[in-house]
Design a protein around this ligand. Sequence first.
Ligand code: ADP
Length: 593
Amino acid sequence: MSLLPSKISWKVFTLWLACLGAGLAFVLAVVQWVGFVSAQDLSKIGADRLSLYHGTLHSALEKHRYLPFVLSRDEDIRELLSVADGREGLVLSVNRSLNATNQKAESDVLYVLNSEGTTLAASNWLEERSFVGHNYAFRPYYKDAIDGREVGFFAVGATTGVPGFFMSHAVVNEAGVSGVIVAKVDLRPLQQQWHDGGEHVIVTDKNGVIFLSSRDEWRYRAVSPISKASMVNIRTNRQFAGAELEPLKLKKLNIFGREVFEIDGERFLVLTRDAGKPGWAMHFLTPFKFIREKQQTALLIGTVLLVLFLMGGLFIRERRQKLRSAQRAREADRFQAINEMLQVEIDERKRTEGQLLKTQADLVQTGKLAALGQMSAAIAHEINQPMAAIRTFTASARLLLGKGKRDQVGQSLEEISSLTERMGKITGELKTFARKAPVEYQVVDLREALKRAIALMQTVCEQEGVTVQLRDLGDLVPVSGDIIRLEQVFVNLLRNAADAMQECDENTILVTLRRINDLVIVIVEDNGTGIEPEIMDQLFDPFFTTKDVGKGVGLGLSISYGIVKDFGGNIRAENLEAGGARFVVEFPCAAAE
Ligand code: ADP
């Protein structure tokens, strides 16, 4: 069973499928392009945001950079670091001074370490978690300061647990380094600011540990596994207190030619830059869902447009089909009307044909009646005359017999006998029409029939001074027929020719025999009176004659016509230009036996 409606051909279905495929491919390409362009746009925006966040971090760190250096020149502090005992009053004074400076500079804590790393004075000397008395020799900022480096160090407070950035500077006197001044800056307000902005910013150190993050759950997590040596180091200087530093579930990807982080299944477009301190990197993360949302919107619009396009196509196709069917219906109606018209015409023609046939039959009937009338008139004429003569001769014979004139009676009787003979001849010829003898076909030599006819006419011609000239082929001319009847045809033609030349001085009948392909032609020409054009059509009609009464009955040509037709031939008459008539008789040639 076909899954397609029978109206839709496979070709059309494939075309639609191809259109759908091409449309889908186009939509997907557009979606991809939207993703690419969105990633590009978001990267540009991200770069700007990253610059901004970098600026805030930089200013937060640089703001207090001068403090350790300035405090290292403070006379009280220097004295405190140089005297070993009896300095309670001095400690108090320095503590107060540090506290006042701390408040003014808005730093977190300011404190003074002796050359062993123990805190002698601190701005938080009055607080519960005061640094005073604590040793910080394990912190890198202490060692860096002793070695004359000003690097800075981020760490979670060992005493307070508060994270911050530590900056240090060594106090040097004639004997060497007498102590170290440390300023701690609390970066949590900055972090809070980032968090409140609702954006994703992280800062990693050289070990890949996130120490500043706008998202709490990422803080103190590593973006890459930390080596053992680095871990030992971190534990030694207690940088992140007791934090586990678990690596994040992070996958680094490359989409649309951009760096993408997949953190706990969530994707972010990442922009990274150097954060200003050795090993530090700042990352700005844009949720990838923004790109996905734009792509989804493009997909939705594209799909809707594609569906609309396909529906439009279907609508147009449907409409076109409707128009086509309407046109077909119109054409069918037109054909129907034409058919009906044709039927009417056919009926009309049939009726006309019927009428014609009837008229023809009527005409034939009329023709038959006319011919019968003509024949009756001719027979009556031919028979009446001898009968009237017989009556006269009989009456005169009776009178002569009464007078005893016997020899004259014999003469009358002879006349009567010749008249009855003539009547017998007429009735004899009529028999030819009455009972048609069965046609016997034999292959006969036409030359022979012709020669016999000329021989028969020889005596008559000699009496009438007519010469018969035969242009023979000199060869056998086989035709299918009956020699006696053929002879009859030629005798008739010679007789008529001789009759037509009675008034002429020079009387020659020219008989020509010809053979053209499978046709045998006999031409009988005379130089007689010729045939009147108006009687040309009647020549072969029975009883048509122009001869005087007693000389012709008008049956010769009619009988000849019948014989020639019986043998599959043809006969026609025409006038010669020089005067006289020509009769042409054609027969199909038979195979010689
Ligand atoms: P008939 O000889 O008894 O008249 P036919 O049928 O033989 O009857 O001829 C019909 C008529 O055709 C003739 O009366 C004559 O007028 C015309 N006809 C026939 N042959 C010739 C001829 N060779 N020349 C002129 N007229 C002819």
